[in-house]
Ligand binder design. Structure first.
Ligand code: SF4
Length: 104
C-alpha cells in the first residue's frame, strides 16, 4: 500500500469511527417529548411541573415530577430520561403528565 492510499484508508477509518460514535451518542439520548404533540397534549405533559394547568389537573402537586415517577427510567440527577409512556423519547426530569405514579 502506497503512503497516500494508506493515508486515505486511515482517514476513512477515522471518519467511520466518528459516524459510529455519533450514532451511539444519539441512541443514548433520545429526542425530547414535544409538549405540543398530540399524545403529550392528551396526557397533559409539561416539561416543567410548575407549569401544569391546576384547573385541568387538580390532583397535581408541584412535588410530583418525572424523576420521582415510577415510569421514569432516567439516571438520578440527569436533566431528562426515558419514560414508558413515551417510547423512544425522553421526558424532562422536572416534567409531569397525568399518568404520574409516585415511585415506591
Ligand atoms: Fe413523567 Fe411519569 Fe408522566 Fe412519564 S408517566 S411523563 S415519567 S410523570
Amino acid at each position: 500500500m502506497k503512503n497516500s492510499s494508506r493515508r486515505v484508508f486511515m482517514l476513512q477509518v477515522a471518519a467511520g469511527s466518528a459516524v459510529l460514535a455519533a450514532g451511539a451518542a444519539q441512541a443514548q439520548t433520545p429526542p425530547m417529548v414535544n409538549e405540543k404533540d398530540a399524545q403529550p397534549m392528551a396526557m397533559g405533559y409539561a416539561a416543567d411541573t410548575t407549569k401544569v394547568d391546576a384547573k385541568k389537573f387538580p390532583k397535581h402537586a408541584a412535588a410530583q415530577k418525572c424523576d420521582n415517577c415510577a415510569l421514569y427510567t432516567g439516571k438520578a440527577g440527569a436533566a431528562s430520561g426515558p419514560c414508558g409512556i413515551f417510547p423512544g423519547k425522553a421526558v424532562a426530569a422536572n416534567g409531569w403528565c397525568s399518568a404520574y405514579a409516585k415511585k415506591a
